[in-house]
Design a protein around this ligand. Structure first.
Ligand code: GLN
Length: 197
């Protein structure tokens, strides 16, 4: 398997790299198109989805990432990363479209100012994982092709998977939780993808 790429344009990419290091998984920062070559999966971190999208255009990463997702590259988005992977964004800025790929509608900053940041233990498949939510999105609607993998006790959908794409509203990497990353690494091993431009 090739290294796992972490999109390193803005946001908390360092924490994702640290989790991969801790798991002993080869990894690489991706800031430029040529750094995509040979990766077996890509993590899109949390941060500010509009900024990450803008910088991906400036750095020439927007089109290749879209194509690789379409070609079946495993990709894992957290928070802003989930927003960037959604086919429909509610409360986005004008013209915000992301990379797409997940047939879901997400609502940005869905918890409002009263509760814009909190920590919780939540289910992720059969595990219970530690999670930080920071101005997090929720999934308003997930189509049939999309499996719901995490929900809050109050019912909101905060984790989904559809084929090669995994998206969660929360940040396991900020609370030292590595099981979601381990799951993604298994996805990458199974897919055995090699990114070509
Ligand atoms: N609210 C941010 C956005 O819209 C996401 C926040 C986060 O990634 N922690 O991009």
């Amino acid at each position: 398997m090739g290294p796992i790429g972490v999109l390193a344009l803005q946001g908390d990419f360092r924490e994702h790299l640290a989790i991969l290091d801790g798991l002993g998984i080869p990894n690489r920062k991706v800031k430029l198109p040529e750094e995509l070559i040979g990766i077996s999966g890509l993590i899109i971190p949390g941060g500010e989805s509009t900024t990450i999208e803008k910088l991906s255009h400036i750095n020439g990463l927007y089109a290749p990432i879209r194509e690789l997702i379409h070609a079946g590259m495993p990709v894992f988005g957290t928070c802003a990363g989930l927003i960037l992977l959604a086919n429909k964004i509610t409360d986005g800025i004008l013209g915000q479209v992301g990379f797409g790929g997940l047939d879901v509608e997400v609502k940005r900053n869905a918890f409002g100012s009263q509760l814009d940041s909190f920590e919780a233990k939540i289910p992720f498949f059969d595990y219970e994982v530690a999670a930080a939510f920071i101005r997090a999105p929720i999934v308003l609607e997930a189509r049939d092709s999309v499996e719901v993998v995490s929900r809050l006790v109050t019912g909101e959908i905060v984790g989904v998977q559809s084929g090669n794409i995994l998206g969660i509203s929360f940040h396991p990497e900020l609370v030292g939780e590595s099981r979601v990353h381990s799951y993604f690494i298994e996805m990458c091993k199974k897919a055995d993808f090699y990114a070509k431009l």
